[in-house]
Design a protein around this ligand. Structure first.
Ligand code: AHR
Length: 655
């Protein structure tokens, strides 16, 4: 009996609290007739890095791993197929290679008693869809005999999915191609390449691509993954990272010039995430650079994002060796930046502009920004940045430079960087933060006091961590997404100083990740957006171009956050409201200065039943924005904001 009373008491208490909370005199006033600063309509962008199989094994749609036999173990990803009757040898050679930059190739010498060859396991399997076309190609050279080749796809349980034949090989390297159509769908199929008959054949650049890539580009990008990016309508894309820019040592820094032109000439290189985390070793992670700088620029154009390439500043990752190029030898690094500007924007008559034109893009890529260094810090960075700054500003005042404030948002490296960058009159400073959700809730006013006349801010890497940085337990759950949304209202309110922001990292393969959380998860056939993705999408799809002053009176609803902008072309007011509390909050919205409001406002609401809710391959839209119409009779109306939610209201107004 006593127990029943306690329960009743608790229930009444909860109902009372809910009532009190929902009737609290909360108000949000937006002054549409007092527009504030112009903000960057391209503020919400994306951060791409080849981490978690983001490029090789992910966005770059190549299905064959180690296609050029260039991994340190040249047979990694390959296994020998040799039925008991088969006689012959498989060797890796580098004499008279197809390409000197990737010199290794496979020789198969078969006595012809049975099929002899290799199987490729793909990137944690090869994802194929029933009846779709898969383009196989390989460089093949006949050394002796008259053997044929069988190219076959097998399912994960050993069923033959398709088989095709190639024959009549030249004694010089030549490209041979064919198309396979698997009978069934399989996320973990295998590719077989078998020599049929007596003879010796050499193989290199063994490749398999889905015919259906993004825009059906041969050798292109995975369509579902690019679509996810396009749907975000990102204002910009930062590439190619991340720490991958810097290299463990300077020799394995990212060098853009080595990533353009024929793919066979792009030297395979260790991916730094192969060895970075002892708790997540990924020994088969290398960079083919099939997704290189030309493809990055093209991708930006395709999805309407401004390109933001980040280049090495002559300083290897300071979490690794911190190897520094002597200040007196920085010229090659600076020249790389100058040449990149010419590659992107220069005329056909310029050396690097001509290369872009030859690759198929006569028009400039309209590059407006370059990042110098990623997450570098202290004097070794600032001294190098200063050299870049002097040359680039003198030769290309039209290009905005992004500089680094180091890995953390408020430590000594950060303060030192800001002091020096202010002195240098830097354009845009890149701040990073990976922290618990509370940090994001508690720092929504971080930029309120930033100097409006100093360098601008790029909040270039951030993500709420449900556990802690680098923990494998971090989850892409609603709680983290809502914390990020709350913080983003603070970024937007300060849009005159915060010019850009991007969540990081972008992609992760479910079987091959090193880092979590991530914005989009993929397997070999599917991809899904996390709750965090839908937060980014709601902001990036509804940016606005002008700040509108907003007053939030939220006594009793401390976890309510809001920002407002105007989309001038659409004649709309956009209000973003985050209720990070566990109870719904009803607020009175006062759109002051609006003469008339179109009664049908568009409302998008992102929430879910539990803070721990996540999306998955089986329930990709468990946490998903709900669209509705709101009947707004007058410029002053009430709206209930659900617990743990992000709401975006779009109101058409006439002044
Ligand atoms: O986003 C993952 C990593 O976090 C990036 O490569 C690096 O810049 C940061 O430390």
């Amino acid at each position: 009996m006593k127990h029943k009373f306690i329960c009743l008491g608790i229930a009444i208490g909860i109902i009372w609290l809910a009532l009190v909370m929902s009737v609290t005199a909360t108000s949000i006033t937006v002054k549409t007739d007092k527009p504030g600063a112009k903000i960057n309509p391209a503020m919400w962008g994306i951060f791409f890095e080849d981490i978690n199989f983001g490029a090789d094994g992910g966005l770059y749609a190549e299905l064959v791993k180690n296609r050029a036999f260039e991994f340190p173990d040249p047979m990694m990803g390959w296994s020998k197929l040799s039925p008991s009757k088969a006689r012959g040898t498989l060797t890796i050679r580098d004499k008279n290679p197809f390409n000197a930059k990737n010199p290794h190739y496979l020789r198969i010498e078969s006595e012809g008693k049975d099929l002899l060859g290799v199987a490729n396991e793909g990137f944690r399997g090869i994802g194929v869809v029933a009846s779709e076309a898969y383009n196989f190609s390989a460089q093949i050279r006949s050394v002796s005999g008259n053997a044929k080749v069988r190219v076959e796809l097998y399912s994960s349980n050993g069923a033959l999915l398709d088989t095709v034949r190639l024959e009549n090989f030249s004694s010089d390297w030549q490209n041979y191609s064919t198309v396979l159509h698997p009978k069934t769908t399989d996320a973990k199929a295998k590719l077989y390449v078998l020599v049929d008959g007596a003879g010796t054949l050499d193989f290199d650049m063994i490749s398999l691509f889905p015919a259906k890539t993004w825009k059906n580009q041969p050798g292109g990008l995975r369509a579902d993954m690019v679509q996810k990016l396009a749907d975000l309508k990102p204002g910009f894309m930062r590439f190619p990272g991340g720490c991958i820019v810097e290299g463990i040592y300077l020799t394995n820094r990212y060098q853009w010039k080595k990533t353009i032109g024929p793919v066979a000439e792009r030297e395979t290189m260790l991916n730094r995430w192969n060895v970075e985390f002892l708790h997540r070793p990924t020994p088969d992670y290398f960079q083919s650079f099939g997704l290189g700088f030309y493809e990055f620029f093209q991708l930006c154009e395709d999805i309407g994002a401004q390109p933001l390439p980040i280049l090495s500043c002559g300083l290897a990752c300071q979490f690794n060796s911190g190897e520094a190029c002597a200040l007196t030898n920085l010229d090659t690094y600076i020249q790389d930046a100058l040449d990149l500007i010419e590659f992107a924007n220069g005329p056909a008559t310029s050396t690097w502009g001509a290369k872009r034109v030859a690759l198929g893009h006569p028009e400039p890529f309209n590059l407006k920004m370059i990042g110098v260094g990623n997450e570098n810090w202290d004097a070794p960075y600032l001294e190098r940045y200063a050299k870049f700054h002097a040359v680039l500003k003198a030769q290309h005042p039209e290009i905005q430079l992004v500089s680094s404030a180091g890995p953390f948002p408020d430590d000594a490296h950060f303060k030192y960087a800001w002091q020096k960058l202010r002195e240098l009159h830097a354009d845009i400073v890149d701040e990073h933060c990976y922290a618990k959700p509370d940090w994001f809730f508690n720092n929504t006013h971080r930029y309120d006091g930033y100097d409006r006349n100093g360098p601008k801010v790029f909040f270039g890497e951030y993500a709420a961590q449900s556990d802690k940085v680098v923990s494998v337990e971090n989850r892409n759950n609603l709680e983290c997404a809502i914390a990020e949304a709350a913080y983003m209202t603070g970024l937007e309110r300060n849009g005159e100083v915060v010019r850009m922001a991007s969540y990081a990292p972008l992609f992760a393969h479910i079987d091959a990740w090193q880092w979590t959380p991530n914005l989009i998860w993929v397997n070999n056939l599917q991809s899904y957006g996390t709750p965090n993705y839908y937060v980014q999408k709601l902001f990036a799809n509804n940016p606005g171009d002008t700040l509108l002053p907003l007053t939030l009176d939220a006594a009793g609803a401390e976890k309510l956050f809001a920002s407002a902008t105007r989309d001038t072309a659409a004649g709309e007011v956009i209000i973003k409201v985050v209720n990070g509390g566990d109870l719904p909050v009803t607020a009175t919205l006062d759109i002051s200065g609006a003469g008339k409001i179109d009664s049908a406002a568009n409302v998008s609401t992102l929430t879910s039943g539990s803070l721990k809710d996540e999306n998955s391959f089986t329930a990709p839209q468990k946490v998903f924005p709900q669209e509705s119409k709101l009947d707004v009779g007058s410029p002053k109306f009430d709206h209930a904001f659900p617990a743990n939610s992000l709401t975006v209201l779009r109101l058409k107004i006439t002044q």
